[in-house]
Design a protein around this ligand. Structure first.
Ligand code: ADP
Length: 415
């Protein structure tokens, strides 16, 4: 089955075309046929499409909206230009899998998109005003191009965290706000946490129920999850992705009194302060330089920039505190797994986070740590480390494609 995986954001659409079926899933032998991104939608867009084994094809064109972007992607996929041998017409695209950011309380697993499901995703707009509308636009665009005969599946960022117990997802605010407005922790990056936990247990030959890990997704957005017996039992992002770890431009945890305090001192509304905490804080806010960890590390090394070093220190300290908290929350873990752009590529950040965990029996092997970059998967802890440490590159698109096949064929969803 050829599955088109779509990740529609507010100004970009990313896609992958993945050939997979149940047999391939069980042998981990799925094949990515092509991938690409259209950026700066709404203006002069930049288009980068790549067929596996060929160089990227770059172009620029005005792209009006998500619908136009999805149309361009589909036309390219079936064109001679893409040269994908097994895909020559829309009939060769057998299903579409969508990354949907907020599934609210309703969606605990991936589902076939029906009118009723679409309404449910619309209900999530209140909770994810930037993301869910873009996801809906992607769904309607794919329907318009491919017709209703091609099944479409929604895979939710929040779904994996549905197993959080009540005491972990409720905030200690008056209970009626949960009852009236569903204010609670939802958690995000669920597809990534689920994928790396699955890869970890595959590498170790473990049953799902025997999987006890802490997964750290450190990219532009950052979150951590406590996974006990295969289920997410706590995670750092909350009602929105703002809570928890320090991120590229998000503050993560702050005392909420800060909102009113900054607002009154600087003459800003609550919404403006919230935007500041989302877009101008984190690594960027502390360093005053950049939200990009690679650039920050370069500044710290080449110019010994004090605030670059400080931003990195705060980032690592917060992550370490959360690992400690989750080890307590889950009564110990067998492994810590790093993923995301920073987690997959930076031995320095991994070492800095783990350095302070030696009391807990976490020992990183410097030699192993150094070689796990650029998508290389494996163990970086020393032999004898009480808690193992792994680097596992995430692959949300693959999981979305696999879930799509499972939903379409009615096979049970395993993680
Ligand atoms: P997103 O969350 O948007 O998917 P990524 O997972 O690609 O983003 O992560 C982007 C982050 O990863 C950036 O801060 C980038 O600097 C960082 N990163 C990528 N490569 C390296 C590296 N070699 N060393 C340190 N940080 C890196």
């Amino acid at each position: 089955m050829n599955v088109l995986v779509l990740n529609c954001g507010s100004s970009s659409v990313k896609f992958q075309l993945i050939a997979t079926d149940l047999d391939q899933i069980s042998h981990d032998s799925d094949a990515r046929l092509a991938h690409g991104i259209i950026e700066r939608i709404g203006g002069a867009a930049i288009i980068t499409f790549t067929t596996e084994g060929s160089p990227p094809q770059r172009s620029a064109a005005p792209v009006r909206d998500t619908r136009a972007a999805v149309d361009i992607i589909l036309r390219w996929i079936v064109s001679k230009e893409s040269g994908i041998a097994t895909v020559n017409s829309f009939a060769d695209v057998h299903a579409v899998g969508h990354r949907v950011v907020h599934g609210g309380e309703r969606f605990s697993k991936s589902v076939l998109i029906t009118e009723d499901v679409l309404r449910g995703i619309e209900d999530g707009i209140e909770l994810a005003p930037l993301h869910n509308p873009a996801n809906i636009a992607g769904i309607t665009a794919a329907r318009a191009s491919l017709g209703l005969g091609v099944p479409q599946v929604a895979v939710f960022d929040t779904a994996f965290h549905h197993t959080l117990p009540e005491y972990a997802y409720l905030y200690a605010v008056p209970y009626q706000f949960y009852r009236r407005h569903r204010i609670r922790r939802y958690g995000f990056h669920g597809t990534s946490h689920r994928y790396v936990a699955y890869r970890y247990r595959t590498l170790r030959g473990l049953a799902r129920e025997a999987t006890n890990v802490i997964t750290l997704h450190l990219g532009n957005g950052c979150s951590i999850a406590a996974i006990r017996e295969g289920n997410s039992i706590d995670t750092s992002m909350g009602l929105t992705p703002l809570e928890g770890l320090v991120m590229g431009t998000r503050s993560g945890d702050v005392d909420v009194s800060v909102v009113d305090f900054i607002g009154s001192k600087e003459g800003l509304s609550a919404a403006e302060v919230e935007s500041l905490l989302n877009k101008q804080s984190g690594l960027l806010g502390v360093s005053g330089l950049t939200d990009d960890m690679r650039e920050l590390l370069a500044e710290a090394h080449e110019h010994n920039d004090r605030r670059a070093r400080l931003a990195i220190e705060i980032f690592c300290y917060r992550a370490r505190k959360y690992i400690g908290a989750y080890l307590a929350a889950m009564n110990g873990a067998d492994a810590i797994v790093f993923t995301g752009g920073i987690g997959e590529n930076s031995p320095e950040i991994r070492a800095a986070i783990c350095d302070g965990l030696s009391w807990l029996g976490v020992q990183v092997d410097a030699g192993r740590n150094a070689v796990h970059t650029s998508g290389r998967e494996g163990q970086i802890s020393a032999e004898g480390s009480r808690v193992s440490v792994y680097v596992i590159p995430t692959n949300e698109e693959l999981l979305i494609a696999r879930d799509t096949v499972r939903v379409v064929t009615g096979a049970p969803q395993r993680f």
